[in-house]
Design a protein around this ligand. Structure first.
Ligand SMILES: Nc1ncnc2c1ncn2[C@@H]1O[C@H](COP(=O)(O)OP(=O)(O)OP(=O)(O)O)[C@@H](O)[C@H]1O
Ligand SMILES: [Mg+2]
Length: 289
């Protein structure tokens, strides 16, 4: 008993002296191939270059490919940690200064491993990630159950779409389903010609959302990205366009998106001051299951 009480005191003390402030930003889409991973990787890169400590969490079930995009080698993923086969430190891949990759084979299988003992150990280990400022979660496309769990556990959800009608329809489906668990969603319009096109498409989506979902849902156009050969070229050569051409229009747009996100989150922190950590993110995931 005494031991447990001391442990609890330690936890409380740690919480006070070292508050965990990690923000979880989920990047999702209705249709596949609209630029989620490109956005996730470059968003994480810009945050890291600005001095934030960032992890990219590849939660795209079955199609995880951030290791390819970032040109790093991975062996094991978070499932191995949850199965108790290796420590968390063994799967984390350093990418660049302030940026790490957490390879994830996420979704249903992860949630099967709800063995109390393994989870307690896992949560203890996640303390090593407590100094992260941001975890960018690349969720994969669609409205599958496990994706919704990640969106629910995240602080901010960004839906990526491109201008083609099928993608817009699918983005809308994602917005509709997600509006049941979040009343604030961000949109990125990728591969648009200009700001005007982005705004027009956004307004269309917003109008449909207002009349079908209601005004409880706050939709926010957090930014746009141009269709740009430089972006496609960087993906092909397994580099990041925000590194290859930091002053291009595309990089400027990406920086604007990051600024908007940081601004939004800073205002939120002042309001709710809730403490977040990688462990608590996973707890929220599991609790929903
Ligand atoms: N703004 C852009 N301009 C030009 N090409 C782009 C742009 N955004 C993405 N692409 C290209 O589109 C392809 C798909 O991008 P990406 O892999 O980021 O999409 P995704 O949504 O993560 O796909 P998936 O659903 O398969 O995970 C990539 O080959 C990339 O080069
Ligand atoms: Mg992807």
């Amino acid at each position: 008993m005494q031991n447990q009480a001391n442990k609890l005191k330690d936890i409380v003390k740690n919480d006070i002296t070292k508050p965990s402030h990690t923000k979880f930003v989920a990047i999702t889409s209705g249709k596949g191939g609209v630029g989620k991973s490109t956005v996730s990787a470059n968003m994480a890169n810009i945050l890291a270059k600005n001095g934030y400590k960032v992890a990219l969490f590849d939660a795209d079930i079955g199609l995880a490919n951030l290791d390819v995009i970032l040109n790093v080698r991975i062996n094991k993923n978070i499932l191995h940690v949850l199965k108790g086969e290796c420590p968390l430190s063994e799967i984390i891949v350093p990418v660049s200064k302030n940026l790490i990759l957490i390879p994830g084979e996420s979704g249903d299988e992860i949630l099967k491993y709800s063995d109390q003992f393994i989870f307690e150990r896992f949560f203890d280990e996640t303390a090593m990630l407590d100094d992260l400022d941001f975890v960018i979660v690349d969720t994969g496309a669609g409205i599958g159950g496990h994706i919704q769990l990640f969106l629910e556990a995240a602080d901010e959800v960004i839906v990526v779409t491109v201008p083609d009608p099928a993608a817009i329809t699918d983005a809308y489906a994602t917005i509709k389903v997600t509006s049941k668990i979040k009343n604030n969603l961000h949109l990125i319009l990728n591969m648009v010609r200009n700001e005007k096109e982005a705004k027009l498409i956004f307004e269309k989506i917003q109008k449909v959302a207002m009349s079908n979902i209601g005004d409880d849902l706050e939709l926010n156009l957090i930014g746009k990205l141009p269709e740009d050969k430089l972006i496609a070229k960087s993906i092909k050569q397994r580099t990041l366009f925000t590194n290859d051409s930091p002053n291009s229009l595309a990089s400027m747009d990406m920086k604007r998106i990051v600024n908007n996100l940081v601004y939004k989150l800073e205002r939120k922190v002042l309001k709710d001051g809730v403490s977040r950590s990688f462990g608590s993110f996973f707890k929220r995931l599991i609790e929903q299951f």
